[in-house]
Design a protein around this ligand. Sequence first.
Ligand code: UDP
Length: 238
Amino acid sequence: MELKKEFLYEGKAKKIYRTSDPDQYLVEYKDDATAFDGLKKGTICRKGEINNTLSALLFKKLASEGIPTHFIKQISPREMLVKAVKIIPIEVIARNIVAGSLADRVGLPEGTKLKKTILEFCYKSDELHDPMINRYHIAALELATEEQLKKIEDYAWKINSILTDLFKQVNIALVDFKLEFGLHHGEVILADEISPDTCRFWDITSGEKLDKDRFRRDLGGVEDAYEEVLSRVQKILK
Ligand code: UDP
């Protein structure tokens, strides 16, 4: 069955297609990698397959724990069928350990364990370079209603706790990660992806980075790190 009906949108890491069912989209994960607001471009071999397969496993796990997600099923190594959503233009970032932009913003060294998890919001806008915003901006710009924001926050805390526990079981620290939510028939559901592109993963024993920072910072071993995360998760999730 040919599912791809009509090309809808191409992002930095994925292409979205309409299908014969208006309620379902097809997501194709690409090997393309970008960093620093698109200034650095490259390819990470097999990234599309790895991120698709890992996201599918994590979405299934989250759904089993009561988090509504856009995931329907994985239909090929690099394609998944998802519920059609309108993305809420807010990037939700959860941080357990200081890394990346937070280190610069608060002057704490990378690796500092936070006493409490921090939740941040960024306005999803390429032209504005995704600026950080707070709940007042969200209300004033009508990016989400109060009720929707409450759901988003509630889901984000639960997801952090589920994923932190899950990755700990495979000796990986979930340092920080970014989530996106969408509206499907008016309901807030988790969308986008959960992968080494959107999370920071550190090996608990060695501290080795197993995520996109290897690409951002030219550390080498990028493909191996992505493979490693997937193969560890596959040991505990099917
Ligand atoms: N992140 C993302 N997309 C973005 C910005 C951040 O997936 O557009 C993820 C990033 O991979 C990390 C977390 O969100 O896991 C926090 O990123 P940070 O704000 O530190 O920005 P960065 O250092 O990546 O520029």
